[in-house]
Design a protein around this ligand. Structure first.
Ligand SMILES: *Cc1c(COP(=O)(O)O)cnc(C)c1O
Length: 366
């Protein structure tokens, strides 16, 4: 079986170093708010070339905390609107609604699967306070036009960078394109921990200080509570593992890009539509490689019968989820088409050339 993602193999690539890091942390007797997290935060900030990085418990919290901080700082208030792509993972939407903010869904571009930049301005109202950009599937969505829009309407640009760590746009890393960004280190992400983990990067020091406090009970000084915060801290064990794996991220992303290049050039079945990503080199780190076909269920079954595991990112769009009845009146034909037709092929740094060839041959025979 060619697995969609072999997490065991991915982590065993760095077995010695990871085991050493875990053992050292275990023996140190210090498990939260310590040097491992501090070190990883500095490494992440330096990797993204941003002034501030704050380790948090997971990617959803990273996003929730950014908006919670904007509310605490009086920059946003419950009832305000945030523009967000309609085909994103549910976490982007949860981060808004959890803070009483209203998600305003915008259709994606059918070629890139990212938010259609041409459709943003028409959705901006006097209540709009931010654009939540989601670099979906690992592909950066950005343009100078966005900076101009943000300036014109006084909007914050927040990146959901859960899927695109390491990607660059005009020399800048994802996570450094807007005002703040949320990262996920869920085990299956391009930089994966051995459990839940996440981080925020941002440029403004006041925002960083507020987020750091909010993630730690709303407290900067022990037992003094400035805000009604959460407990959402990155722990020392995960930070130690992430420091090891961050060193290899660029090499591993490159491996994903090489596999994507093969998929793009060698899959030649007219029934299978390949992603059209034309921004620039390294602006896509292929967290997932998505193809589209009208026979999605048949294709998935066929691949499975022939020993290739695939997944669907994602089967149900947010506005059709039971949890979001308030969004059900949206008509989003492009989003719905994507959710009906997409299929994610095996993609990771441990996939072999032979395995890639097998997948390609099977697709071409479908
Ligand atoms: C994974 C993911 C998240 C949430 O991250 P968790 O660490 O699982 O909470 C948010 N947004 C997107 C786009 C994701 O893919």
């Amino acid at each position: 079986m060619i697995k969609f993602l072999d997490l065991q193999k991915i982590n065993l690539l760095h077995q010695e170093e990871i085991e050493q890091a875990l053992l050292e942390t275990f023996r140190s007797g210090w498990y939260l708010l310590g040097d491992k997290v501090k070190t990883f935060e500095q490494e992440l900030a330096s990797y993204c070339q941003v002034p501030h990085a704050i380790g948090v418990a997971n990617g959803l919290d990273a996003l929730r905390l950014i908006f919670k901080a904007y509310i605490e700082l009086g920059i946003m208030k419950p009832g305000d609107e945030v523009i967000v792509p309609a085909n994103t993972y549910i976490a982007s939407i949860l981060a808004l609604s959890d803070n009483g903010l209203v998600p305003v869904l915008v259709e994606p571009n059918l070629e890139t699967y990212n938010i259609d930049l041409e459709k943003i301005e028409e959705k901006i109202s006097p209540k709009t306070k931010a654009i939540l950009l989601v670099h979906l599937y690992g592909s950066i969505v950005f343009d100078k036009k966005l900076t101009a829009l943000a300036k014109k309407y006084q909007l914050k640009i927040v990146e959901d960078n859960a899927q695109a760590i390491g990607a660059t746009w005009q020399g800048k890393k994802s996570g450094n394109l807007g005002d703040a960004a949320g990262f996920s280190f869920y085990p299956g992400k391009n930089l994966g921990a051995l459990g839940d983990a996440g981080a925020v990067t941002c440029k403004d020091e006041t925002l960083a200080t507020c987020i750091r406090a909010l993630a730690n009970y709303g407290s900067q000084k022990k037992y003094v509570n400035q805000y009604q915060g959460l407990n959402s801290r990155l722990d020392e064990m995960q930070a130690a593992v992430l420091s090891v794996k961050l060193k290899y991220l660029d090499t591993e992303n490159k491996k994903r890009q090489e596999i994507a290049t093969r998929y793009l050039s060698e899959i030649n079945n007219t029934k299978i539509i390949l992603p059209q990503h034309k921004i620039e080199e390294n602006s896509h780190v292929y967290h997932v490689f998505v193809v589209r076909t009208e026979d999605r269920e048949k294709l998935q079954e066929y691949l499975n019968e022939n020993g290739v595991q695939t997944l669907i990112h994602y089967p149900i769009p947010p506005h059709h989820q039971e949890a979001y009845k308030e969004l059900q009146n949206y008509s989003l034909p492009i989003t719905e088409k994507i959710h009906r037709e997409v299929l994610s092929l095996p993609m990771s740094q441990v996939l072999t050339q032979e395995e890639v060839s097998t997948v390609i041959n099977l697709l071409n025979k479908f």
